[in-house]
Design a protein. Sequence first.
Length: 216
Amino acid sequence: MKSLAWILFLLAFLPTTPFSLPPVSRNRVPSSTSVFPPSTSNFLSLHATAEVQHANPAQVKRVTTIEAFREELVLSRAENKLLVVKFFAPWCKSCAKINLPFEKMSQMHLNTNFIQVPVTPTNADLHHGLGVPSLPFAHVYHPTAGLVEERRITRARFREFEKDLGNYVIGSCDVSYGDEVAESDEDVRSKVENANEVTAGRVVRDFLKRKVSGGG
């Protein structure tokens, strides 16, 4: 009986109106508002930027003129570095297949300079003059010996090219300097006119090589 009396006593003090929870706010945080403190937000932003930069490295430098090509040769010679040149065309499907491998190769050999020379309406003579017979094609220039490698670099042949370049980089390939006497520009022109060489393209390439390197 005493328990029942206590219950009735407590019920007398309860509110007569129904009990309800306070309304829940349905306002959402604006998408532009960060849920992190300013310092944390800045850190996350910088971290994300660093990841993007790491995932999207700068592309290999493009060179489209004989003047720029000469500058790259002079720079590589001054830095005592190999210069690897990729000749390509934007519409060439075989060229597109080696874009990524060439980019990766440039990131692996940081002490080697890499450039790419696209075919444009204004620089086709550069490709022909340097003896580029097909695309994609590659040249490797030694800082003192000049052109030491020229070859096609299709997808099927690219791994072999990577291996040979690695040999040049680590010095496994002996470079022959020879005792050749430099020809004058007049001698080269004469050879082209008289067709005394196997291919005129190679003679013109040698002629332009001296022009590019400042030898004539």
